[in-house]
Ligand binder design. Structure first.
Ligand SMILES: *Cc1c(COP(=O)(O)O)cnc(C)c1O
Length: 226
């Protein structure tokens, strides 16, 4: 299976999941998570039409962006953020899915180039309440969401989660439903949010069933990482 074959297969899985849930075709965007895969793998995906790529490491994203100029790539940063790396993210990325601190959000807003559109932001939520996972606890989300929504260089778009691994479909749905309900609460508080970044290779169908608008897929497109 080539990267193109894999992208086509994932696309078919997404379209089938949308149809089963009576959601419009193409309402779920595919983010190709290319972390720890070489530039050649991204070139293969670009050649079959993929434009949105997710990266976890700032330096790696910047190097890939420099190696692939002028291709209309939309870079999504999805990894942990250190405050000394915010400038590179603010300059390179179109989206950041892993914001969980006001200090980081303020720096991203200040460092976003004035000529660029606002940086699209999702707040990361620790939806399964795992000690080891990053992300906000649900009770902290509303306060930070309102603060981030007020920052001029940022556009708050929604929420992101990485639930605890779970193989059972209905149990997968429980975590995703919690994120959706949190999003609905924020919309009820007046925030205009349109993005639920949830679902990975093993649980994307459950995420689509609970309203995911973007799934983040690595292994099922590019194979195992080193
Ligand atoms: C690595 C990663 C993914 C992709 O995971 P796969 O299991 O390779 O599909 C998705 N989201 C985040 C935040 C990641 O770090």
């Amino acid at each position: 299976m080539t990267i193109c074959d894999n992208l086509r297969t994932i696309g078919q899985r997404l379209r089938a999941a949308e149809a089963r849930c009576h959601r419009p075709a193409d309402s779920v965007q595919l983010l190709a998570v290319s972390k720890r895969h070489p530039v050649s793998a991204l070139q293969a995906a670009l050649a079959c039409g993929q434009r949105a790529f997710g990266e976890n490491y700032v330096q790696e994203m910047v190097e890939k962006a420099e190696a692939l100029p002028g291709q209309g790539i939309e870079w999504h940063f999805i990894g942990p953020i250190q405050s000394n790396k915010t400038r590179l993210i603010a300059v390179t990325a179109s989206w950041v899915h892993s914001v969980e601190r006001l200090k980081i959000a303020r720096r991203l807003s200040e460092q976003r180039p004035a000529a660029a559109p606002p940086l699209n932001i999702c707040l990361q939520v620790n939806i399964s309440a795992e000690d080891t996972k990053s992300g906000l606890i649900p009770a902290q989300v509303s306060a930070l969401a309102h603060q981030v929504a007020a920052l001029p260089g940022l556009q708050l778009r929604g929420l992101m989660c990485i639930p605890a691994p779970e193989t059972d479909f209905s149990r997968q749905r429980v975590a995703f439903a919690r994120l959706r309900q949190l999003q609905e609460q924020l919309v009820g508080e007046g925030l205009a949010l349109d993005t639920l970044s949830m679902g990975m290779s093993g649980d994307m169908e459950a995420a689509v069933a609970e309203g995911a608008t973007l799934v983040r897929i690595g292994t099922a497109i590019f194979g195992a990482r080193e």
